[in-house]
Write a protein that binds this ligand. Structure first.
Ligand code: DGT
Ligand code: CA
Ligand code: CA
Ligand code: ZN
Length: 571
């Protein structure tokens, strides 16, 4: 690990421990500093040696002291003291949804609970419901949270797993015995979470490929190893399957191992009806067992009389029926997207300066980015009031004057309040290029209330899109209850868009809801919600959700040129 990553890890932990103690101000400060150091270009040690730690934005005196101590001694007494001031196991318990610092303290002092296992035991034996302020419902919630947590543990976020996948692909393609590398499974379908990775190689020398595979760096365990297949564990718990197939069967194997299982079953049934047999070796004519396709996926679909079905659609959600009729959507392409419609800067809780965003975005080949920092009432995120927003707008205008072929849009992520109103006036919203309106509080206030809040936001004439419309955090927080049909109806009527928030743990709207929005004639905007430069790279993840939701280029506002986009949002 680099020194930057190590320092960041320590600051993150300090921030998390403060959060457990309920001290949100220092918690926030440490988390922000951690984020900044994690994405710092310079080596933290050389910054320290130059005596410039406090030049890093967000690093004040006490944070600098903690960094200094760590760099000098390898330890951190601040962290040590914090750890000692909390019951052991508190951090583990924080991972449970709906269990906050106060509950953890109570469970510790009254039931001596210091781990998830102990908590489960206590709940099952009826001890939790007897605590003051608890009851049968809290017991049920605790058990549900534990069950969710355990289920979540087994799957990985797509956005986190794709870089690992690229590494494995690259490694395998440097094997002499390998002619071609690809991957199947849920990762190829770009499903939001992935259970394990399925790597496929074309090779005439399977055994050599398998040997090479199990010698990969970071392999911690070889679970199985045969002449054409193997399963290994990479890192602490990522399972990776390898299959080596001869080149003439590569397409059939890729089709088979891409799944989904449900898609495959339907396809095989269709094959049988048409007098074929389909398996991972190829497509065979039943009467004489002659192989009629298998080298490529395309020929398999074609021979079965189907349009080619993109991997993102293979979930048995009507794609085979549509492919039969030739009515599959012409999906939006990853390269069609010209801009990012939701990015935070250091003006609120992001850690990127406006000019860095402009530069980073141009390097990614983008034509525009909407700067959408938080608004006033999100104090914890240093939300902008009208005065600071006006100042930021001026700063953006100034930057834009020196940019060519690229533009920063003046935007905001305005907070939708409990009554459906905003914490900024129309007076200023009307002067912005792009307004994302989002809910950040009151998630438990019920379906009607949440629906009303969103619809009231949609009726504001300056709103461009609704940010992370269901509020879910994958493997962490369920969506808040909301009547999306009603919301989509209102959005279509008012010509307000819905966002696909492209952060790996949000992907909100999700694939199914995107399709729902499209069927209501609602346009989609994709925003990375980036708070750090590296997160601008999540834009394609948003496109993958759009594709899984059957969206076409015309359905996604980010595919518009800047002038067309302006026309669209000035409804
Ligand atoms: P995951 O790993 O849980 O995220 O989901 P997948 O879809 O990657 O599933 P996985 O890794 O168990 O298997 C990869 C693909 O192999 C799967 O999508 C379809 C194919 N496959 C696996 N088992 C079966 C099966 O029993 N029947 C059929 N038709 N296909 C299977
Ligand atoms: Ca898999
Ligand atoms: Ca697998
Ligand atoms: Zn937000």
């Amino acid at each position: 690990m680099s020194a930057n990553a190590e320092v960041a890890r320590i600051l993150y932990e300090i921030g998390e421990l403060y959060a457990i103690k309920g001290e949100s101000f220092p918690s926030r400060a440490y988390l922000i500093a951690a984020q900044r150091i994690e994405s710092l270009q310079d080596d933290i040690r050389s910054v320290y040696e130059k005596g410039e730690l406090q030049v890093i934005p967000g690093v004040g005196k006490s944070i600098a002291a903690a960094i200094e101590e760590f760099l000098e001694s390898g330890g951190c007494s601040h962290l040590q003291k914090l750890r000692e001031s909390l019951p052991s196991g508190a951090q583990e318990l924080m991972a449970l949804e709906g269990i906050g610092p106060k509950t953890i303290m109570k469970l510790f002092y009254e039931l001596k609970v210091t781990s998830i296992d102990q908590l489960e035991k206590a709940a099952r034996s009826g001890k939790v419901r007897k605590l003051k302020g608890f009851g049968p419902i809290s017991e049920k919630n605790v058990l549900q949270a534990i069950e969710d947590y355990r289920g979540f543990q087994k799957r990985f976020l797509l956005g986190q797993i794709l870089p690992v996948l690229r590494e494995i692909e690259e490694y395998m393609s440097s094997c002499g015995a390998v002619l071609r590398v690809d991957f199947g499974g849920s990762a190829r379908r770009m499903k939001e979470t992935v259970g394990d990775l399925d790597i496929l190689v074309a090779s005439e020398k399977g055994e050599e490929a398998v040997e090479y595979f199990i010698s990969m760096p970071r392999v911690t365990r070889v679970i199985s190893k045969g002449s054409t297949r193997s399963t290994i564990i990479v890192g602490s718990n990522l399972q990776v399957d390898l299959r080596a197939v001869p080149p003439e069967s590569f397409g059939a194997a890729l089709q088979y191992f891409t799944g989904s299982k449900e898609h495959n079953i339907k396809l095989r049934t269709l094959a049988v009806k048409l007098g074929y047999k389909l398996n991972e070796y190829g497509l065979f004519r039943r009467k004489d067992d002659k192989k009629v396709a298998g080298e490529t996926e395309e020929t398999i679909y074609q021979t079965l009389g189907l349009e080619y079905v993109e991997p993102e659609l293979r979930e048995d959600r009507g794609e085979i029926e549509a492919a039969m009729k030739g009515s599959l959507p012409n999906l939006v392409k990853y390269g069609d997207v010209r801009g990012d419609l939701h990015v935070h800067s250091s003006w609120s809780d992001g850690n990127i300066e406006l000019d860095e965003i402009a530069e980073g975005a141009q390097q990614l080949g983008l034509e525009y980015i909407a700067i959408c920092d938080h608004s006033r009432s999100l104090g914890i995120a240093r939300g902008l009031d009208e005065k600071r927003l006006r100042k930021q707008m001026k700063a953006i205008e100034k930057l834009n004057r020196n940019l060519e072929g690229f533009m920063l849009l003046k935007g905001i992520e305005v907070n939708i309040m409990a009554d459906g109103g905003f914490d900024l006036s129309n007076d200023i919203l009307k002067d912005l290029d792009f307004v994302v309106a989002s809910i950040h509080s009151g998630f438990k206030s019920g379906m009607k209330k949440m629906t009303d809040r969103l619809i009231s936001a949609i009726h504001n004439e300056y709103v461009s899109t609704i940010g992370h419309p269901t509020g879910r955090l994958i493997q962490r927080r369920q969506p808040y209850p909301v009547d999306l049909k009603k919301v989509f109806g209102a959005a279509a009527d008012q010509r307000v868009m819905m966002e696909i928030n492209a952060l790996p743990n949000r992907l909100d709207l999700n694939d199914v809801n995107c399709k729902g929005a499209m069927e209501h004639d609602v346009s989609i905007s994709i925003g990375t919600d980036a708070h750090a430069l590296g997160q601008l790279r999540y834009l394609p993840l948003g496109v993958s959700v759009a594709r899984r939701g059957w969206l076409q280029t015309k359905d996604v506002a980010n595919t518009l040129r800047i002038r067309e986009l302006f026309r669209k949002v000035s409804r």
